[in-house]
Ligand binder design. Sequence first.
Ligand code: ADE
Length: 254
Amino acid sequence: MRIHILTLFPDMFQGPFHNSIVKRAVDSALVEIHLHDIRQYTHDRHHTADDYQFGGDSGMVMKPEPIFEGVESILSDLTQLEMARTRVILTSPQGRLLDQSTVEELARQLHLIVICGHYEGVDERVLEHLITDEVSIGDYVLTGGELAAMVLTDAVVRLLPGAVGSEASVRGDSITTGLLQHPIYTRPAQFQEWGVPEVLLSGNHQEIKRWRRERSLERTFHQRPDLLARAKLTSQDIEFLGKLGFKGKENSRG
Ligand code: ADE
């Protein structure tokens, strides 16, 4: 996969992409990450990438020309087949909320071109004629789209085959399974006055599996009841949730 990031602040990306799993994925050629300074596609003396808003209002708007030029220069190197598996993404608080199923969909592409939004936003013609996906990472406003682009890249890269040590750990992700993760423990078995749940030391795999499932259900019910509406639940799960006060799938939305 190749990920292109168009940004006004390429230096912000030093760090997040040079450590841990993303660095390893780049080093082992699972992914190429290319940073493009949007100002390199401007042609005036001051490298102007933003301008005042038509109609009057406070706040600057990102100009369309440098963004079009940058994206089109990347697209011009692609074949028709590659184009069909390329997404042009704008990070903005107005976008669709990023979730694991969107990340999975993006991880199946060949190329991602991510434009980091700034100021009040970008000229609407960019959204109308260039962007395939507008993505937000949450209902809060960041100083710019760079952090959102890093979050998106990180989440996509860890899904690329070979990026994370164990495929099973990716498949069993909390959220991917539709439920939050059960509590986990490591050594020492006794830390200060706190022990580890007996069942985890019992060696009884059936019991451990049941304990984990119930803790997952419990945690999801208390912390993210909205997830239960979409989770795959067995009749045993529903019976267990019923004891916690779960009223059934129809009543758990929102
Ligand atoms: N830019 C500013 N806030 C953002 C958000 N929540 N998600 C994506 N891009 C943003």
